[in-house]
Design a protein around this ligand. Structure first.
Ligand SMILES: NC(=O)c1ccc[n+]([C@@H]2O[C@H](COP(=O)([O-])OP(=O)(O)OC[C@H]3O[C@@H](n4cnc5c(N)ncnc54)[C@H](O)[C@@H]3O)[C@@H](O)[C@H]2O)c1
Length: 457
C-alpha cells in the first residue's frame, strides 16, 4: 500500500480484520492495497457484451420472480405497456402468485403460469420457452442464482437493486452474460427519474463543463420502518444485523455514474468507507414491548455509512447510506464541474457567471434540456406511476429496446460495478477505512466506449 492511499494500516491487518467480520467472504482476496485486482481470464467463446443486440421482437414475454411489494409495482407498469405479455409468475407465497395471475387476467391477458413450490421453483419458470426476459424482485442474496438460471436457459435477466452482494457474484453475472450472450441488467429506476435525465442531458451538452465530482446517497429513515414485521423489513434487517457498510448504494450512484460516463471512458478504481456508530435502530428496538423477539436482535451496520470512490481519471464520488436516522428522504444527486453544479432535494442549479446562489426554478432548464424520453412519455408515466413515473419510463424504455432489437442503456458491467460498492464498502469499513480496489469488470474496455448518450424515445 503506498502512502498516498491514506491510512497506514498494513495489508495483513486489513485482511485479518476483514476475515474477522466476514468481509473477505464478500470481496475475496486481492482487492485490498494498491495492486490492481486482476480480472479472471475469459473462457473460450466468451466475449464482451457491450452493444449486445438481439433480433427485434413482436411481443416481449416476461416472467417475474418475486411478487412482493416491488414485483407488484413492476407488474403494474408492465401491464400498462403495449406488446408485453406477462407469461409466468413465481413467489414463495402461493397467495401472492394467485393475486398476480389474477391481475394479469384482469388486464385482459391470458392467465400466466404460476410457480410457488418452494425456494428453487424459479428454475422451472426460467425453463419456459414462453419467457423472453425474467424480472427478479426478491431479497438481495437470491438475485444472482435466479439471474444465472435465467441466462443459462436462454432468457434475458432484469434484476432489482443491488444486483449482487459479493464480488464473486458480480463476476458470475458478467461471465454468464458474456458466455450466454444474454442481456443482464439491473433495474436501476433512478437513472430514469425526470430530474436525473435532465441532469444527464445537461452534462452531455457540456452545461456543467468538465465534471470532476459527484455525490450520491440513499437516506431513507427513520428506523421505525426497518423494525417492522413486514416481509421487506424482516429480510432487510437480516443484512443490517450482519454487515456494516453501504448496503444500498445503487439508487444514488447509478445516475451519478451515468453523468460521469463510467464505463464510457472512465471506471471506478478505488473506494474508502467508514461507518458511524450504530444507535438509531437499536433505540427503536429498545422501545418494543417486553417479550418481543426483536428485542434480542443486534445490529452491525452503523447508522450512517460514507464511502468515497475515486475513478481511474482521478474524479471522486461520495456515496452515503442511512436508512435509520430521522431526516427527510434524499438520494443527494449532486454533480459539479468547471462551469457549474447541480444539487437535488430540492433540485437546484448554479452556473458560472450567474448570481452566486442556487437557482430553484428549473422550468427553463426542463424546457431547454428536458430529456426526450420524459418529453414523450411523461403523461403515461404519471398515469402509470412508480416513484413519480421513473419506473414506467425505465420499463417502457427497456421494452422498447427489446422490441426494436437495440442495445440496452445499462449493461451487466454497470450492474456489477454499481453493486460492488456493497461488498467493497464492507471490506473497507472492516479494515478501518482502508482503500479497496474495484475489479475492472469490463476487462479494459471502458477506455474505448462512449458514455450513454441522450437516447431518443
Ligand atoms: N428499485 C426500487 O425502487 C425498489 C424498491 C423496493 C424494492 N426494491 C428491490 O426489490 C427487491 C424486493 O424487495 P421488496 O421490497 O419487494 O421485498 P418483498 O419482501 O416485499 O418481496 C420479495 C418477494 O420475494 C419472494 N421470494 C423470496 N425468495 C424467493 C424465492 N426463492 N423464489 C420466489 N420468490 C421468492 C418473497 O416471498 C416476497 O414476496 C429487493 O431487491 C429490493 O432491493 C427496489
Amino acid at each position: 500500500m503506498t502512502s498516498r492511499d491514506g491510512p497506514s494500516l498494513s495489508r495483513r491487518h486489513v485482511l485479518t480484520t476483514m476475515a474477522a467480520s466476514g468481509a473477505t467472504l464478500l470481496v475475496g482476496a486481492g482487492t485490498g492495497g494498491a495492486a490492481p485486482a486482476a480480472a479472471p481470464p475469459r473462457k473460450p467463446g466468451q466475449a464482451s457484451v457491450f452493444g449486445l443486440r438481439h433480433p427485434p421482437m413482436e411481443t416481449v414475454r416476461v416472467g417475474i420472480i418475486g411478487v412482493g411489494a416491488r414485483g407488484n409495482s413492476l407488474l403494474g407498469n408492465l401491464l400498462d405497456l403495449d406488446r408485453v405479455r406477462v407469461t409466468a409468475v413465481c413467489d414463495l407465497v402461493p397467495q401472492r402468485v394467485e393475486a398476480a395471475r389474477h391481475r394479469v387476467t384482469k388486464a385482459g391477458q391470458p392467465e400466466p403460469a404460476g410457480f410457488s413450490a418452494g425456494e428453487t421453483d424459479f428454475e422451472n419458470l426460467c425453463r419456459r420457452d414462453d419467457v423472453d426476459i425474467v424480472y427478479i424482485a426478491t431479497p438481495w442474496d437470491s438475485h444472482v442464482p435466479m439471474a444465472l438460471a435465467a441466462m443459462k436457459n436462454g432468457r434475458h435477466a432484469a434484476i432489482e437493486v443491488p444486483a449482487a452482494i459479493s464480488l464473486e457474484e458480480c463476476w458470475q453475472l458478467v461471465d454468464t452474460a458474456e458466455q450466454t450472450r444474454r442481456h443482464c441488467i439491473m433495474l436501476e429506476n433512478c437513472c430514469y427519474g425526470e430530474t436525473e435525465m435532465l441532469v444527464l442531458s445537461m452534462v452531455r451538452r457540456g452545461v456543467f463543463g468538465e465534471v470532476t465530482h459527484g455525490e450520491a446517497g440513499y437516506l431513507h429513515g427513520p428506523a421505525d420502518g426497518l423494525i417492522r414485521q413486514a416481509s421487506g423489513a424482516v429480510w432487510r434487517r437480516r443484512f443490517v444485523q450482519k454487515f456494516n457498510g453501504n448496503l444500498y448504494p445503487t439508487h444514488g450512484l447509478g445516475p451519478v455514474a451515468q453523468y460521469m460516463g463510467i464505463h464510457g471512458g472512465d471506471r471506478f478504481e478505488r473506494l474508502v468507507s467508514m461507518s458511524s456508530p450504530e444507535r438509531a435502530l437499536s433505540a427503536v428496538r429498545d422501545r418494543l414491548p417486553e417479550g418481543d423477539p426483536r428485542r434480542a436482535e443486534t445490529y452491525a451496520c452503523g447508522d450512517v455509512n460514507t464511502s468515497i470512490l475515486r475513478t481511474a481519471r482521478g474524479r471522486t464520488i461520495l456515496v452515503q447510506f442511512d436508512i435509520v436516522t430521522p431526516r427527510p428522504y434524499s438520494r443527494i444527486n449532486m454533480i459539479c464541474g468547471t462551469e457549474g453544479a447541480f444539487r437535488d432535494y430540492p433540485p437546484r442549479i448554479h452556473l458560472r457567471g450567474k448570481p452566486n446562489e442556487w437557482e430553484t426554478d428549473l422550468a427553463p432548464y426542463h424546457e431547454a434540456h428536458g430529456h426526450p424520453l420524459w418529453k414523450q412519455y411523461k403523461e403515461a408515466a404519471v398515469r402509470s406511476g412508480g416513484h413519480g413515473g421513473m419506473d414506467y419510463v425505465m420499463n417502457r424504455r427497456l421494452i422498447a429496446c427489446l422490441l426494436a432489437g437495440e442495445p440496452l442503456d445499462m449493461t451487466v458491467y454497470d450492474a456489477a460495478a454499481w453493486s460492488s460498492v456493497f461488498p467493497l464498502s464492507i471490506a473497507s469499513v472492516a479494515g478501518g477505512g482502508a482503500p479497496v480496489l474495484f475489479p475492472d469488470f469490463t476487462r479494459g474496455e471502458w477506455r474505448d466506449r462512449e458514455p450513454l448518450g441522450i437516447v431518443g424515445a
